[in-house]
Write a protein that binds this ligand. Structure first.
Ligand code: GN1
Ligand code: MG
Length: 365
């Protein structure tokens, strides 16, 4: 076993797992934390072990306090609804000494969750799976509607503040430490041209037309586990960014990822466009439960939510490329640029399709 492998197994041995950990596999789905599947002597259960990225989550104790509170609340709600809290809510596994974290010699923060069997974590949607994911995220939002938002710490301040994301992008462009800006002048021009749109949600939050609620803020398809047999949503995962936000953030981020005709890092841009059928499917599922809880401005704003979350993600990838890939994990050179081009291609497509998207949403008013 290599030193790096021993490091993971050493962390795993600190947790209160059933049986001794015997092996692990790295999970490459997320862009932020280091995630591993841990297998023990007894085949079942297995576990998720994560080393939290503390360059990004600077206050891991508060982060875990958020997650703990949210999970306890979700467990109560799920039990009241007759569901199975151990399956439908992320189950936190403590260390053998009862802590939420094991802290390694380097000061790294490790946490663990129960791994579920019989579930799918998808990176591409079909109509059926996308619909089920919309129901699941909609339900998650409803379950948290009465959660005391003021107890939640903002784990990443201004996370979906698109104006502040735009300013970060401009700062990265001006610094351009690696001279990469010259590789993509048209893309940069396109990104800069959308400046006026950035405050759409913030303006409406300020005016009270839209409300600040407890939101997930990272509702991509692979952040909800679906039942392998029925396709039904089982459990919403990746709760690191649960904090006050607009419902448009959650809707928009799901569309950005799931209503695209291609994966987030598809390099052939001819393959990348917004699939309006998937868009409508998601609107339908999302509003099933949520419609009564939303204001008219929020419902009518859904297409712009999709637009801005896609745009924001595009400029975040681009800013990270310009800065030298320090935020999002990359698996090959230039991947952040590919991701940025991909997301901004979706934005260009939405520039054309917004009227159609608005028409779809009006049907559900
Ligand atoms: C990151 O952690 P993960 O991979 O689910 C990012 C999201 C981005 C997403 C793009 C904390 O999500 O904001 O939309 O990548 N999470 C954080 O795929 O920055
Ligand atoms: Mg994730």
């Amino acid at each position: 076993m290599s030193e790096a492998e021993k490091f993971v197994m050493r962390a795993a041995s600190e947790f209160d797992f059933e049986g001794m950990p015997t092996s692990f596999e790295r999970c490459n789905a997320g862009h932020i934390n280091d995630t591993f599947f841990i297998y023990c002597e007894k085949k079942d259960p297995s576990y998720i072990l994560q080393r939290v990225n503390t360059n990004i989550f600077k206050d891991p104790e508060s982060l875990m306090e958020n997650i703990w509170g949210v999970c306890m609340h979700l467990r109560r709600k799920t039990a009241e609804e007759g569901g199975d809290p151990d399956r439908e809510v992320r189950k936190i596994i403590l260390t053998k000494s009862g802590s939420r974290y094991y802290i390694d010699e380097e000061g790294g923060y490790w946490r663990a969750y129960l791994c579920l069997n019989g579930v799918l974590c998808l990176n591409e949607a079909t109509k059926e799976t996308f619909y089920k994911s919309a129901l699941a995220f909609g339900h998650f939002f409803c379950q948290l509607a009465d959660y005391p938002a003021d107890t939640l710490v903002e784990t990443i301040p201004n996370f979906h503040n698109t104006v502040s994301r735009f300013n970060d992008f401009v700062a990265a462009l001006e610094a351009d430490p690696l001279g990469r800006a010259k590789e993509c002048p048209e893309l940069i021009e396109f990104a800069l041209s959308k400046r006026d749109k950035c405050s759409y949600i913030l303006d409406r939050l300020a005016s009270g037309e839209m409300r600040l609620c407890v939101t997930h803020n990272d509702t991509k398809l692979n952040n909800v586990l679906l039942d392998e047999k029925t396709g039904d949503g089982v459990c919403v995962i990746d709760l690191d960014t649960v904090m006050p936000g607009s419902i448009l953030y959650d809707f928009g981020d799901s569309i950005r990822f799931g209503a695209s005709s291609a994966k987030e890092d598809e390099a052939d841009l001819d393959k990348v466009f917004v699939d309006l059928e998937l868009f409508e499917t998601y609107v339908d599922g999302f509003l099933k439960e949520l419609r009564p809880a939303m204001t008219e401005a929020e419902i009518l704003g859904l297409p712009m939510g999709a637009y801005l979350m896609t745009y924001e993600c595009g400029i975040r990838f681009l800013a990270d490329y310009l800065t030298g890939d320090t935020y999002f994990k990359t698996h090959y050179e230039g991947q952040n640029l590919v991701r940025a081009k991909n997301q901004l291609k979706l934005v260009a497509d939405m520039d054309e399709k917004l009227p159609e998207m608005e028409k779809i949403v009006r049907r559900y008013l």
